[in-house]
Write a protein that binds this ligand. Structure first.
Ligand code: IPE
Ligand code: IPE
Ligand code: MG
Length: 235
């Protein structure tokens, strides 16, 4: 463990990238990488509680990921179902509240019901808020917010940044303090494009299935040394 840092991000968001490359480099099918990535999540959730992170948002499936081969998409849906079945009771017992970000209605009914059930039974937990972005896109989220605002007949002059934030899927979570992207890609890929206006970024070449607690601690430590200015000057 490295030295203690006193600045812990309240909200960490992770683009869990590199599962496919992890599998391909081992001569395995891509889905094996997704399975390994899901296994890895357990230690990162637990470490979040240990480090004092209050909100953890994970990017699991983007609106663009529907464009992948059918087998991979179906495999990812099955993995989501399996992981809910397997982990829900334990996560609930540990005080994790599960929230979903994205359009639930476009997901197959069986998995949608599982996601809804997991949100329902964990709704009073507050040890860690776990936002799972599945069928999530930042642009789609903004379109969805605009639709809701128009449906509520809000007059134009009453449309504020606060109102837009309130209508996003992340409503109830503060903006992310730290966004981690694994696998070295330096792009946003449609993740939290509104909420990340002043987030700190941390990109590591480590592929997601290899991103362990130690690597996570390095990211938290790096955040602890950042100077956030929000467009102003240092105090
Ligand atoms: C991230 O891993 C998980 C999803 C997008 C579902 P990838 O599947 O994108 O892995 P790479 O980028 O091809 O290595
Ligand atoms: C972003 O990764 C989406 C998730 C991690 C779920 P992608 O692999 O889909 O992003 P691109 O295509 O490299 O930008
Ligand atoms: Mg990728």
């Amino acid at each position: 463990m490295s030295e203690l840092v006193n600045k812990i991000p309240e909200h960490v968001a992770i683009i869990m990238d590199g599962n496919g490359r992890w599998a391909e480099s081992r001569g395995l099918p891509r889905l094996e990488g997704h399975r390994a990535g899901t296994e890895n999540l357990r230690q990162i959730i637990r470490a979040s509680v240990e480090f004092g992170v209050k909100y953890l948002t994970i990017y699991a499936f983007s609106t663009e990921n529907w464009g992948r081969p059918k087998d991979e998409v179906n495999g990812l849906i099955t993995i989501l179902e399996t992981v809910i079945d397997r982990e829900l009771n334990e996560l609930n017992a540990e005080g994790v509240r599960i929230c979903h970000l994205g359009r639930l209605e476009a997901m197959p009914a069986k998995v949608r019901k599982k996601v809804e059930y997991s949100m329902h039974i964990t709704q009073n937990n507050d040890q860690l808020i776990l936002n799972v972005a599945w069928n999530y896109g930042g642009r789609d989220e903004i379109v969805h917010a605009i639709q809701k605002i128009i449906q509520a007949s809000v007059p134009a002059e009453q449309v504020t940044e606060a109102l837009v934030s309130k209508n996003l899927f992340t409503q109830g979570s503060p903006d992310p303090d730290l966004i981690i992207r694994t696998s070295g890609e330096m792009r946003v890929s449609n993740f939290l494009i509104w909420q990340s206006a002043y987030s700190e970024w941390y990109v590591t070449p480590t592929l997601w299935p290899d991103f362990n607690k130690e690597e996570y601690k390095k990211a938290i430590d790096a955040y602890g040394h950042r100077k956030r200015r929000f467009g102003k000057l240092d105090q």
